[in-house]
Design a protein around this ligand. Structure first.
Ligand code: NAI
Ligand code: MG
Length: 802
């Protein structure tokens, strides 16, 4: 038999290797040893570590472990390059990005081979997915650079951005970080992951070739400590991180109080839902892409199969048969499906988790397929007989391991899908468009793919809900993450803030604040808190005096504690359906609230004057401005909405604007009514129930408001008020996992505390850090600024065409 008939007989794949030679030659041209790329120059290699090929275990090159001194040098270079780079016209910056895109395309084969050598991913993926998307990101953002002024008026770049990326998509993550940062006019220091730095170093050469000004892009290699040195450097203005949730939390904590911008793209445990009416063969192929793409080392991997019980047996059976045909092998072989994991430690991590999973009763299926000798290879695995609390269902495995569970009804599917601390992505398979589009908005995830999976595009935002992080990459929302309003850069310290050592009015002699004296005047005139649509007495049973500017007793409010906050959060969570109430209805309720406040303007103005000592005219102005602000956001409720993107495939991506969830709001001490309304109005307009802590010193304007709330049809639990020590209550809100975002107006010190305490569930925070945010400023605060913070964008990919 000759060779051709033999192949015909067996239908076996022959080897189809891509040559490693050009990449090896490039490494050799650099002596297989690299320094950093700082200020447009290559530094001498310092203390180095090896970057290996995980498919063979052989060393590819030695790369330098960045020291704090290296970081400092890179930050100085980026800082020096910033003024000129940010002053270039958008068109000029765009041309630089365009030049990079062209060069990436020109050298795409070299990039793809080097990526597969260093990371272990199949060449099919690096060649057809990673590198083309890299070029696409630079092209897309070249356009953004040119249109920024029109699309983001009044916005400026942060300055110097520190960017830290993981090893699963080394060059793609670099592109996701560097392209928007440069388009916006920032300069960058990027640290690739220690296992996969080589394509970033090749990219540095492209930057040189493209003629970028020195210092605009700095590439610094190193371990986690190098990353930490970037995070902690005082002269870095923004940190963008992709990687594990664990390190994301460390970074959140390390940057607390620093005022650094922060975006985090973290882990996931994304559900893959297959309904009984799905096209099963397509769903199986989709699943292969969802979990065995890049050996499962994908943050948005569809790693949790949820299949409808009626088709479960048939589906699992087909899946097993498909798994048996997957080919694990040399990443440079064009005909393999699964390559090598990134490193031996990752193989061990996956094995350890599997061992634990088996101990907990998981049943593992692995097809009996050959693995190459040596190297970091694992068989694809399917784990059944698991429940939601099982380790393999709860933890991100980051390897070729799928866990499967079943559901009976769509409601159960949604409940199981959302039963995770993560919220990065989700996939839905069903031929029933009504069902698919009913489920998509119910899933707590930043990306939802319908009848497809793992689709990405530069024009479509990507990023997570919950502990999968915050901020988006790609799309307009991704651009926004590298810009800030210019006024925000020049804020000064405010004179008085909650939590600051500002003097509080002391009781006037004779006007004792002895609680007994106060309450003796009346049976009980303590203003109640407002929780779940009802007036509530404080759990502590204590009240706090509210004093006028001259120290006279104006009234008393409840002294709220942890228990009161917990009750309020529980009430707010029970009212989350506010987010799916029609925007028109939310608008009507806010208009009504405004109208009812206006009717009692005089009473509210007098109450303000009693607490703050301002003139009646000024107090009237504050009430009028509060009414106007409520009107403004009532008007926004049905207008601040999404977009439809057209990625280069037969798919539309619907960018839906969704509420964040429960928002905790600690209002500023000054302008007690308007300060609170300015924050509450956008939160409510966008569908978030709130727990409000009013001005500690002047809370009565808000406790009076409960009567207005009650007459305005605000559903119970949507608007909760807890009075008391603002900083102590803020801490409780920050630590509470039922709070999804926290807005805090107060001192720098207390803001830092709030940000640090928020890491439990990685809630999104907005803090004033003691700066003079003037919330009465309509131009700044009557629109986009808080609307953006009150919402998160979910992109739903919907294919079309028969
Ligand atoms: P990692 O989160 O430690 O590494 C990501 C990047 O952060 C690397 O560049 C690393 O050098 C840097 N880094 C580490 N510690 C740092 C610190 N304290 N400050 C600043 N930068 C720091 O991820 P690792 O250890 O490589 O992988 C561990 C697990 O994390 C994986 O098994 C997987 O479960 C998860 N992971 C998730 C990723 C995702 O995209 N969701 C990406 C990478 C890992
Ligand atoms: Mg490597």
């Amino acid at each position: 038999m000759n060779k051709i008939t033999q192949i015909f007989e067996t239908l076996e794949y022959g080897p189809a290797p891509e040559s490693a030679d050009p990449a090896l030659a490039w490494l050799k041209a650099h002596g297989n040893k690299f320094g950093h790329f700082i200020d447009g120059e290559w530094t001498k290699p310092g203390k180095t570590f090896a970057s290996d090929n995980p498919a063979t275990g052989k060393k590819l090159a030695d790369i330098t472990d960045g020291t704090p001194a290296d970081v400092d040098k890179a930050v100085k270079a980026a800082r020096a390059a910033f003024p000129a780079w940010s002053a270039l016209s958008g068109y000029e910056r765009g041309k630089h990005l365009y030049a990079i895109a062209r060069l990436v395309q020109k050298h795409s084969r070299l990039f793809a081979v080097l990526e597969s050598l260093d990371n272990g991913k199949p060449i099919r993926e690096s060649r057809d997915i990673d590198i083309p998307l890299v070029a696409r990101h630079f092209y897309h953002h070249a356009g953004w650079a040119q249109h920024l002024e029109r699309e983001f008026p009044g916005h400026v770049p942060y300055g110097v951005c520190g960017q830290i990326i993981p090893w699963n998509f080394p060059l793609l993550m670099l592109a996701w970080k560097i392209a928007p940062a440069l388009a916006a006019g920032n300069t960058v220091i990027l640290k690739p992951a220690e296992f996969t730095s080589l394509t970033a170093l090749l990219f540095a050469e492209i930057v040189e070739k493209a003629g970028l000004p020195k210092g605009v892009v700095n590439i610094l290699t190193g371990m986690g400590e190098t990353g930490a040195a970037i995070v902690n450097h005082a002269n870095v203005d923004k940190i963008a991180f992709t990687g594990s949730t664990e390190v994301g939390k460390i970074i959140r904590s390390a940057t607390a109080g620093s005022g650094k911008g922060l975006s985090l793209e973290l882990g996931g445990k994304s559900p893959y839902l297959v309904f009984e009416d799905a096209d099963i063969d397509s769903a199986i192929e989709g699943l292969v892409d969802a979990i065995w793409f890049n050996q499962g080392q994908v943050c948005c991997a569809g790693s949790r199969l949820l299949v409808q019980e009626s088709i479960e047996d048939r589906f699992i059976d087909k899946l097993k048969r498909r798994m048996a045909t997957l080919r694990v092998g040399d990443p440079l072989d064009k005909a393999i499906d699964i390559g090598a994991l990134v490193a031996q430690v990752q193989v061990e991590r996956v094995r350890d988790l599997m061992k634990k999973g088996i101990e907990e009763g998981g049943v593992v299926y692995e097809p009996d397929i050959d693995l190459p000798k040596g190297g970091c290879f694992l068989r694809p695995a399917l784990v059944t007989n698991v429940s939601p609390a099982h380790t393999l269902v709860a933890e991100e495995i980051f390897g070729p391991v799928l866990v499967a569970m079943s559901f009976r009804t769509p409601e159960e599917a949604v409940a199981l899908a959302n039963n995770t601390k993560y919220g990065l992505a989700a996939t839905i398979w069903s031929e029933n468009i009504n069902l698919a589009l009913d489920i998509a908005p119910k899933l707590k995830a930043g990306v939802v793919w319908i009848n497809g999976t793992n689709s990405f595009d530069a024009a479509v935002g990507f990023g997570g809900y919950k502990e999968s992080g915050f901020g988006r990459e790609g799309g307009k929302e991704g651009m926004a993450a590298y810009l800030k309003p210019s006024w925000e850069k020049s804020l000064k310290m405010a004179s008085s803030q909650a939590g600051a050592a500002a003097p509080k009015p002391t009781a006037k002699a004779g006007a004792s604040t002895n609680p007994l004296d106060a309450s003796s005047e009346n049976i009980d005139r303590t203003a109640k808190m407002y929780i779940g649509g009802k007036q509530a007495r404080p759990d502590s049973g204590y009240s706090r005096p509210v004093l006028g500017p001259d120290g006279t007793l104006v009234g008393e409010v409840g002294d709220g504690n942890r228990k009161d906050i917990r009750n309020a959060v529980e009430a707010a969570r029970a009212a989350l359906s506010w987010g799916t109430t029609a925007a028109h209805s939310r608008a009507q309720i806010l208009y009504f609230l405004a109208e009812n406040l206006d009717t009692r303007a005089d009473e509210f103005a007098r109450r303000l004057r009693a607490q703050t000592g301002e003139s009646l005219a000024s107090a009237h102005k504050e009430v009028a401005a509060s009414v106007e602000r409520l009107f403004a956001f009532a008007g926004w409720a049905d207008k601040y909405d999404g977009a439809v993107h057209n990625p280069p495939s037969r798919t539309i991506a619907v960018a839906m604007v969704e509420p964040i969830g429960v928002i905790g709001i600690v209002a500023p001490p000054s302008r007690p009514l308007l300060g609170a309304i300015a924050l509450i109005a956008p939160a409510l307009a966008m569908g978030n129930p709130v727990v409000l802590v009013p001005s500690e010193r002047s809370p009565l304007s808000l406790t009076d408001l409960y009567q207005v709330i009650e007459t305005s049809d605000v559903p119970a639990g949507v608007f909760n008020i807890v009075t008391g020590d603002a900083v102590a209550l803020a801490k409780t809100l920050a630590e509470h996992d039922g709070v999804d975002a926290l807005w805090f107006a107060g001192s720098a010190e207390a803001s830092a505390m709030v940000e640090k305490a928020s890491i439990g569930n990685l809630k999104q925070t907005w803090t004033t850090r003691g700066l003079s945010y003037d919330l009465s400023d309509r131009e700044k605060f009557e629109g986009d600024y808080f609307l953006r913070r009150a919402t998160q964008i979910k992109n739903v990919w919907v294919p079309y065409g028969a």
